[in-house]
Design a protein around this ligand. Sequence first.
Ligand code: KG4
Ligand code: ZN
Length: 342
Amino acid sequence: MPNSLVLGIESSCDETSAAIVQDGYRVLANEVASQVLAHAPYGGVVPEVASRRHLESIPILTREVLRQAQVHWDDLNGIAVTAAPGLIGALLVGLSAAKGIAFRLGIPFVAVHHIEAHLYAARLDDDPVAFPAIGLVVSGGHTELYHIEDWGTYRLLSSTRDDAAGEAFDKVAKLMGLEYPGGPLVEKLAAQAPEVRMTFPVTRMKDKSLDFSFSGLKTAVGLEIKHHPLQDERGKVLLAARFQNTVLGEILYRVRAFMDEFHPKSLVVGGGVACNNALRTALKTEMDSRGVILRVPPPKYCSDNAAMIAGLGAFQLSKGIRAEFSASATASPLSHQPFLLE
Ligand code: KG4
Ligand code: ZN
């Protein structure tokens, strides 16, 4: 890995991103083109629109990050691209671009997993992560906890049985009449509340599993709004705070349980919901009280970005991992299984 320069490409959903990462952790450039405005008129991400936007943005962003990093095409040692999970058309656009560049330059490429990259984002820092660690991914599509022995060695401990944490934020925001993506808007409202201790009822599994479930919470918020329509800003602020408290409580409950069971050295956190300041503060307080190192990246590397893809790709390339030109993308959430060891 020393002196390696890897170009990362991310196009799994509605953000296009390209990045140049040196030695697997030094981000020389990272650019993200959001498609939020392109999808806004439709009230959700339109796959075909996303694919077309990625097609337009990838050439522009790759040239831009090379320029910013003052790196020439010929200086690159490898390419890393997200190949799963995500919108299949969107993934195929990024994968095809990576294959084309790798073929033209005669350098290797790796097809990386988006969720693994969200965990690896914590490594985009001068300090290596102390293992073993517990990994928490909280994004628009995933809410998962892993036991991590080292990069590349993961065991799934808990996942969501229905909605992901970010999805719950987005759906509740919609119920409250807020725009997509709702997470940052709900956080902004909740931050204006006086200290709110109230929560909504939560779902716990009968089989004592520590899996998450957020769909009942969304229903509870919907019923609350139906019975007590939101009349003013204060009502919105209190509802947002109560909802956010509940989500944070559910995350902390499971994090604490796995801390007690595994006594890890670090907690690694990634995914768009990890931008949430209330969550960051709550995790910091909890980890400080336990003497556990909290590794949560700055917000720009929590939400979708190509720096995490390039970083993980550099690590994989250093281990001799290479993708074949026949490699394909996988949309299915089950496609996260290949990167798990158990
Ligand atoms: O990781 P990400 O950028 O994309 C996926 O891989 O899904 O996560 C996007 C999700 C959205 O659901 C968004 O509402 C949520 O992250 N999010 C937040 C915050 N910022 C983004 N949720 C809560 N609080 C935030 N500040
Ligand atoms: Zn993501």
